[in-house]
Ligand binder design. Sequence first.
Ligand code: GLN
Length: 245
Amino acid sequence: MKKSVLFLGGLSLVSILMLAGCSKPSDVLVVGTNASFPPFEYVGGVSGDEINGFDIDLARQIAEDAGKTLKIENMKFDSLIVALNAGKIDVIASGMTITPDRQASVNFSDPYYEATQVVLMSKENNSIHNVDDLTGKHIGVQLGSTGDIMAKNYSEDVTAFNTGFEAIMELKNGKVDLVLFDSEPAASFLDKNPELKLIKLDFAPEFYGFAVAKEKVELIKSINNTLSTMKSNGQYEALVNQYMK
Ligand code: GLN
């Protein structure tokens, strides 16, 4: 009896040590995303609750090259930078545009995708032809997004939703006049909503980057190395062909 207790005690010590080894945060790359931004990140797959997309495939390679196991944390877009700076996640992979404001609190990788804002609205709405036509319109956006920031330059009537998907639902319900959203996700939502149309106005290009806490200088270098290798070996282009229209 005594012997087996001792044995169990020994075993548990070993397993505690093993567990401590396996769950050591440095073995895992925790990537934060808002999986409501197809084709960059979305929930789906065979099980219906897998998180997939262009950013996720890039993040998988980033984790592999850094010798770490990838773990995805799905959260509100608006919470990502807070989570990063609180050390809850190591990287933001969420179609995040590199902006000077964000650069004040995080470091961005080299840009990995060029996008722009576009307008989504009902096919029957013919009132918007240029940016000046946005004045005074009720604009739906995603909270904390560049679309949110930009919309406020044109109109005081801006409603921010937790996801672009919710903004588009409200557009379909006639609660907002238009939605300002990033080009690729807008095109992707358009596929499923034939009553809507997409209009390109004269908006400046935006560049997406992966974000990392300021002090993690090695991680940024490693991400940039992965991106440049993927660009030169054709992997990046293959992902563009797989995910983009
Ligand atoms: N590119 C936009 C931004 O950075 C939107 C990103 C997103 O909604 N995932 O604000």
